[in-house]
Structures are given as C-alpha cells and as structure tokens.
Design a binder for this molecule. Structure first.
Ligand SMILES: [Zn+2]
Length: 414
C-alpha cells in the first residue's frame, strides 16, 4: 500500500490551516500550553484521530494521544509525535505538520483495514516550545519519564503556576507519572518536522533523514576594560572592552567555520553605554551547536584560546558564565537506515542532515530509539508567520513515513 502524496499533501496543509485558526492573539498564530486554544486543538486533533480508527485520550499533562492497535493486542507501539504549541507569532507547520502526518499515516492503514505487528500511537505534545512556563519539552519529558516535578511551581507571566494551569485544564499534576512510557511499551519514536533551515531547498530535495539533534553550549562572556572620556583618552592608552568584544565576535564566527559547527553571538551590550564614554565592560552571549559532542568540545577549546588571546593583547579581563549545556541526541542508526530505504523507495535521493534546532525527539531518546524525517520549507524560514511548505512536499513526507512503518513491519518477526 502507498499514500498518494498529492491527495495526502492537500489534506495535510488543510489541517495545518485549521489548527492555525486556533490562536490566542488576533491576526497572528500564538497557541501556548494549557490555554483554551490548546484544549480546542486537542479536541480537533482528537476528532481526526478517532476518525482514523484510533482510541483517543488526553494524558495527565495535556498531551493528546491516539492509539491504533496492532495485530496483537497490547503490542509495543511505534510512537509518531510532535508538538501542538507554538512560539508567539508562529508559522503553522512547526510541530503541527508532524502530528497531522502521523494521523494521515494511520488513516491510510485504517482505510486499508491493515494492522501492523506493532501498535501505532500518534502524540500531539502540549508543550515543546516552552513559551508559557519557560521550560521546554514538558510534554515529551513526561512521556520519557524525565519531567522535573519541581516545574509544577513555575509561573507564567500572569503568576499562574503550572500546577494551577494543569488543574484548570482538566489535567492531573500529581499524576504526571501516568504519562510515562516504559521502554517495553514503546518500540521506536518517529518525528516528521519541517527542516527550519535552508539545506533541503538548496539541494532541491523534499525530504531528508536526520542524523542527530545538535548538542548546544550557551555562555555569557564579559570583557572588562577601563571606562574613560571618549575625547581625552588617546587611542594608544585605551582598554576598550567593546573593541575586544568585536574581535571576539569575529573569532566566534571563525571558530564556527573552522570546526564545521554553528556558532553565534546573538546579544551584546556595552557598559556604561554612552556615546561619549569608552566602554569599560562588554557582555555578549555565545551559542555553539554541533551534531557531534567531540567537535563541539574542540570548537569550544579553540574559542577559549582565541578569547584569552584577545583579552591578553588588549589588557582586558575575561569572565565566562555557562548558561546552558546539552549533549547531542544521535538518531538510531537502524531506524535511519529504514528511513533511507523508505526515501529511496519513493524514488528520491537519500540525504542525511543534522538538526540544529531542538525537538521532542530529544526527550523521547531517553526511552526509545528515535529517528526524524525533515520536510523542506521555503527559505529555511521558521518561528515566523512566513513559514511555508508545499502540499506536494508534505504529501511526500507522509508517504515516506507510512512506508517507514511498513518496512519496520516487514522487519518484525511474526
Ligand atoms: Zn517544532
């Protein structure tokens, strides 16, 4: 059996449009965790799931879960998931495309009366972006068993705690453990997501197989110099912290290029910050990501050397403060090989690429082998209302996802 990409694609885009209409802010798409619009999205997704032959439930933390039984009852599930929450002023495919694609795949199985040797579950995670409570991946961490219950006391900007919001939503803060899948209950986790980058478009490919979700290091760096009068201190007598930071920005860029990683200074501040004062201090952030943890470590060591050299030469002090650190999440090699085969069977060139952005698959890797399929998006634009895909590409993505399940079924001993 196959999914017809053209017909499936049109339906997928239509469903993403229907979800995009559920927004907290007029004129733009914002749907955050445990809000009335989130409840409406769960209801709509639940209706689609039920129509596709799935048993539907909303779990204790507000994730909507549909289950399509396998040939044998209570078989471990292949879980297909992504998120239903958005950033503020979001695009309509980031997250949602993965959920509706999973439903489309089950719909096709259901229409053909086909049962696989494993159950198929589709999950619409309630929180991935972390907009409302400042903590990302709440939904998938609950499934993976790595949710931190201390987060229940986290407050949104109106002062409502996660615990209160869950209760008002009809969830069960104390029962978050009931969301958790043991490794015996889940055979694999698959996620289809828009690429959010430009590589597939550049290569002219509709889909790509993800190798790993990048590990990341974020730091706050401060150069300290000497503030002084911009008119009276001669150029050779200055310890200008911002001029040092400017060199550091170029060093960050050079390190990214030299090590094949991505490295960014996204924020910079000069102090005291007056037009007629030589900056006595400069603060900036570094965000460095790599699919390979060893490559990230090597790039950081190189960067440390370059920053120290800048500080040394300019007579500045240098302080670095860690902000965030997460290891890379490698995708499962056997699942990647199955995705490769499905892409090849669709008559497409197989291309592998890393994910620079975080995804629910990061959390799910704690409990199951994970793999991801990226779908091309226009200009690599994401977290932006201009986010755009074609129905044809969406259809190809869903067709490859269905074929992946069929290949996994062939590989399953009876
Ligand atoms: Zn996403």
């Amino acid at each position: 059996m196959r999914l017809d990409p053209a017909a499936a694609g049109a339906a997928l885009v239509e469903r993403c449009d229907a979800l995009a209409a559920l927004t907290e802010e007029p004129g733009r798409l914002t749907r955050t965790y445990l809000t009335p619009r989130h409840a409406e999205a769960n209801t709509l997704v639940g209706q689609w799931m039920a129509a596709a032959g799935m048993a539907v439930r909303v779990d204790a933390l507000g994730n909507v879960v549909g289950r399509y039984e396998g040939a044998a009852p209570d078989a471990p599930a292949v879980v297909i998931g992504s998120h239903l929450d958005t950033v503020r002023d979001a695009g309509r495919y980031d997250g949602m495309l993965g959920v509706v694609s999973g439903i489309a795949v089950v719909e096709a199985l259901h229409a053909a009366g086909r049962r696989l040797p494993f159950a198929v579950e589709v999950v619409g995670f309630g929180d991935e972006e972390g907009v409302r409570f400042g903590a990302t991946l709440i939904g998938s961490r609950a499934l993976a068993g790595t949710f931190d219950p201390a987060l229940l006391a986290a407050r949104d900007r109106d002062g409502t705690t996660l615990r209160e919001a869950l209760t008002a939503f009809g969830g069960d803060p104390a029962g978050w453990h009931s969301c958790t899948y043991g490794a015996a209950r889940i055979r694999a986790y698959l996620e289809l997501h828009i690429e959010q980058g430009p590589l597939l478009e550049r290569l002219g490919l509709p889909v790509g197989v993800v190798t790993a979700i990048a590990g990341a290091t974020r730091r706050a760096v401060t150069f300290g110099g000497m503030a002084g009068h911009a008119g009276t201190v001669p150029m050779d007598g200055r310890r200008d912290a911002l001029a040092g930071a400017a060199e550091a920005v170029l060093a960050v860029e050079a390190v990214g290029r030299a090590h094949g990683v991505v490295a960014t200074v996204g924020r910079m501040e000069a102090l005291p910050g007056a037009v007629n004062v030589i900056p006595g201090a400069a603060r900036f952030t570094v965000d460095l990501r790599a699919a390979d943890d060893a490559a990230r470590a090597a790039a950081l060591a190189d960067l440390d050397g370059r920053l120290a050299a800048v500080a040394d030469r300019r007579g500045l002090t240098l302080a670095q403060e860690p902000l965030h650190e997460n290891a890379a999440t490698p995708c499962d090699p056997a699942l990647m090989a199955v995705l490769d085969r499905a892409v090849a069977r669709a008559g497409l060139p197989v291309h592998r690429l890393m994910s620079g952005a975080g995804h629910d698959a990061m959390a799910m890797a704690a409990v199951a082998p994970v793999a991801m399929l990226f779908v091309r998006c226009a200009g690599g634009i994401s977290h932006n209302p201009a986010e755009s895909i074609t129905a044809a590409d969406a259809g190809i993505g869903a067709a490859v996802l269905l074929d992946t399940l069929l290949l996994l079924a062939e590989d399953t001993p009876a």
